[in-house]
Every structure is written in structure tokens, then in C-alpha cells.
Design a binder for this molecule. Structure first.
Ligand SMILES: CC(C)(COP(=O)(O)OP(=O)(O)OC[C@H]1O[C@@H](n2cnc3c(N)ncnc32)[C@H](O)[C@@H]1OP(=O)(O)O)[C@@H](O)C(=O)NCCC(=O)NCCS
Length: 152
């Protein structure tokens, strides 16, 4: 298999970093990424250092977990979460739009996900289509060719 040059991977991550907010509710963004030769696993979270919930797990203000699969021109949305007291203010939609923007500029054509039962309507509002009425959702995004990207 042809390997993806480091530069291309870094450029993709940079687009994502630029699109996603630095802070949510004062919590700085943290990230973990792993490349396995085929897909880039990305985990962004906005967690206060040392913040503890009642079940003693850190409480994140937001979480975005995804996989970028360049050969398939696909982003697989693994997890999206907004802390309960911050929901309903547009944060979840903003995080999705940021991922779509980074995906589009990086030549991605499809975004797919498996929705939680309770979140199906959230995805429909953002124009994700259910596959045959199931909890598998997808959206086609139009990649922006480099020539169409705004000049720096
Ligand atoms: C789903 C989730 C990320 C949405 O985050 P949020 O910040 O509350 O979303 P927004 O404020 O951007 O909501 C956008 C719109 O979707 C609606 N919406 C949000 N969550 C919804 C839900 N679960 N079901 C139906 N509609 C929902 C909002 O009312 C809003 O509608 P409006 O534009 O008419 O006002 C958040 O509720 C969450 O973390 N849920 C638990 C984890 C989860 O289910 N994640 C999805 C995994 S597939």
C-alpha cells in the first residue's frame, strides 16, 4: 500500500486544529492522534486539567473523535459529546461544521457515523441522511479544490 506523506497528514490535522475552537468553557483543547498506515485516529477533547465528575472521571466540555481514511476519501465520525450544562447553545453543531470544513478542504467526499438513538434528530437537522432509516448516517460534502480555496 502506498503510504501517505507526513506533510499531507500534518496539513489535514492543521486544518482540523484551525477549524475547531481552542477553548470551550475555559477548558483548553487537548489532542491525541495515531496514524496506522491507513487511517488517522483523532481524539480532541476540551477537559479541565484535574476536573473530576461525580463518578471520578474527568468531565470534558466537549469531545470529538474521528477517523480520517484518505484512500477512501472518508471521515468516520466516532464520537461527539457536549457536556450536559453546555448543550443547546449551538456548540455541538459548531463542532460538526468545523469537522466538515476541515474534511472538505482536505478532499474528503463522505462523512459517515453510527448515531445514538437519542441523537438521530440532531444529525438530521445537520442534513445527515439516514441509510434506509437506520442509525447509520452519511453526508456527502463537496471537496474544495486547492484552486477554489481563498487566497491566504
Ligand atoms: C448531540 C449533542 C452533541 C448536541 O450538542 P448541542 O451542543 O446540544 O447541539 P446544538 O445546540 O448545536 O443543537 C443543534 C440543534 O439540534 C437540536 N438537538 C440537539 N440535541 C438533540 C437531540 N439529542 N435530539 C434532537 N435534537 C437535538 C437542538 O435543539 C438544536 O436545534 P435548533 O437548531 O432548532 O435550535 C449533545 O446533546 C450530546 O453530547 N449528547 C450526548 C452524546 C450524544 O448523543 N452524541 C451523539 C453521538 S452519535
Amino acid at each position: 500500500m502506498e503510504s501517505l506523506p507526513d506533510g499531507e497528514r500534518n496539513a489535514w490535522l492543521d486544518r482540523l486544529r484551525t477549524a475547531l475552537p481552542e477553548r470551550i468553557a475555559g477548558a483548553p483543547r487537548q489532542e491525541q492522534t495515531t496514524w496506522n498506515g491507513e487511517r488517522l485516529f483523532v481524539n480532541f477533547s476540551w477537559a479541565e486539567e484535574g476536573a473530576e465528575g461525580s463518578d471520578e472521571k474527568p468531565v470534558a466540555a466537549g469531545i470529538v473523535r474521528l477517523q480520517w481514511i484518505p484512500l477512501s476519501q472518508l471521515v468516520w465520525f466516532g464520537h461527539l459529546e457536549v457536556r450536559p450544562d453546555l448543550r443547546g447553545r449551538g456548540l455541538g453543531s459548531c463542532l460538526v461544521w468545523a469537522v466538515e470544513e476541515a474534511a472538505r478542504l482536505g478532499g474528503v467526499i463522505r462523512i459517515r457515523l453510527f448515531a445514538r438513538f437519542q441523537a438521530r434528530d440532531f444529525w438530521k437537522r445537520l442534513h445527515y441522511e439516514s441509510e434506509g432509516g437506520s442509525r447509520w448516517f452519511r453526508k456527502r460534502v463537496s471537496p474544495t479544490p486547492p484552486s477554489a480555496a481563498p487566497a491566504a
